[in-house]
Design a protein around this ligand. Structure first.
Ligand SMILES: NC(=O)c1ccc[n+]([C@@H]2O[C@H](COP(=O)([O-])OP(=O)(O)OC[C@H]3O[C@@H](n4cnc5c(N)ncnc54)[C@H](O)[C@@H]3O)[C@@H](O)[C@H]2O)c1
Length: 356
């Protein structure tokens, strides 16, 4: 593995108004270990979910940038905009790229396929093309646990089969891994895919179940629980994901030659998940307790009376659970925040953002 120092480098982070991207930028700006970085953020700030949350995150970043020794430049642009991406790479000596911009969400891809092809396939292709003509030391990009399809062979290992995605979202993420592999092989671009497992936390995504449940419960409505609650997930706290990304950014796959004298693809894949799956009903119980403690729900709120148990939805997977041994082996790291601690932070943020 090639060690990469982030200090004094120009780093591009796409999707930087998004949940994971904004937290990554914040952590880099506040870091004392990495100095004098130029951090360029790109995000089209689309309205797939409440834009106020994206603006809130961007504001937090601007505040952090004021006291950071690194600089922050933001472009409200699409990564699928060929001319913009080309110019961005021509005008800046971008060495490390973290591509988090994407149309996320499994259910939305069933009714809005275009958005996925545009951002996840065409957008990522533009980034790859730009890296091909730049001195890219490391391209890190978001893949997803959804590419394991409905495999019941758990925990999911990075070398498990992923040829049978069960949603368009997953198919686009698998396509990203295939495109990156081809570019790594052909142009020796060191690239690393990160397969994230259900990431949650403060200022998270309102389209995700824990956030939607909170909105509904606060309004006194019933929450829909699919597959009759018979579902276990790796819930991964956002700070753990960010820590994992920053470690991975600093360790790029080596460029090596094969027996035929041709370059081998400098290409890696890691799972980033909590690797301790939680029963959905337990997750909901803890969420309700923490929402009560934070004052989002009344102390006598009856969570059982606000649940509607339903069958499985198309594209959903009953159990997702990461094998993180590759990440532990190469980076000495595994996510560890327990769900009560993580949900407490989410509940406090929710109270502050919506109810104060
Ligand atoms: N949060 C999770 O649980 C999870 C799980 C698996 C994978 N991922 C992946 O991680 C990445 C980050 O996820 P997130 O949860 O922060 O999602 P997010 O939706 O909060 O962030 C993605 C950002 O990308 C931006 N974007 C979309 N299309 C764009 C385009 N064409 N050009 C520029 N910006 C664009 C959006 O405006 C958004 O701010 C995504 O690639 C997502 O698919 C997330």
């Amino acid at each position: 593995m090639k060690q990469i120092s982030l200090s004094d480098k120009c780093i591009l982070i796409t999707g930087s108004a998004g949940f994971i991207g904004a937290n990554l930028v914040l952590s880099l700006l506040k870091s004392t270990g990495h100095k004098n970085m130029t951090i360029i953020g790109v995000d089209n700030v689309n309205d797939y979910y409440d834009v106020a949350i994206k603006q809130y995150r961007l504001k937090q970043i601007e505040e952090a940038a004021k006291t950071s020794d690194s600089s922050w430049i933001f472009y409200k642009k699409s990564i699928a905009d060929e001319a913009f991406i080309k110019e961005l790479f021509e005008k800046n000596d971008i060495r490390v790229v973290v591509n988090l911009a994407a149309q996320a969400g499994v259910r939305y891809s069933i009714v809005n396929p275009d958005a996925y092809m545009e951002a996840n396939v065409m957008g990522f292709y533009r980034i790859l093309e730009a890296c091909r003509h730049a001195d890219t030391e490391h391209l890190v990009y978001a893949s997803s646990s959804s590419i394991y399809g409905d495999s019941t062979d758990i925990p999911y290992r990075v070398d498990a089969p992923t040829e049978h995605p069960v949603s368009l979202y997953a198919a686009t993420k698998k396509s990203d891994e295939l495109l990156a592999h081809a570019y790594s092989k052909l142009y020796e671009i060191p690239s690393t895919a990160l397969r994230f497992f259900t990431v949650y936390g403060p200022a998270g995504r309102p389209d995700m179940a824990y956030f939607g449940f909170t909105d509904k419960l606060r309004r006194g409505e019933k929450i829909k629980i699919f597959n009759h609650g018979n579902c276990r997930r790796d819930f991964t706290y956002v700070d753990d994901v960010v820590e994992g990304i920053i470690r991975v950014m600093q360790g790029a796959p080596e460029k090596k030659k094969g027996e035929d004298g041709l370059p081998l693809a400098p290409y890696s894949i890691y799972n980033i998940g909590n690797s301790r799956p939680v029963d959905l009903m337990e997750f909901i119980d803890i969420l309700a307790q923490e929402l009560k403690s934070a004052g989002v729900l009344e102390a006598d709120f009856d969570i059982k009376a606000h649940q509607e148990l339903l069958p499985m939805q198309p594209g959903d997977v009953a159990v997702t659970y990461a094998d993180t041994s590759a990440l532990e082996r190469d980076f000495g790291y595994r996510p560890s925040t327990d769900i009560r601690t993580g949900l407490r932070e989410f509940a406090r943020w929710y109270k502050e953002f919506y109810l104060s």
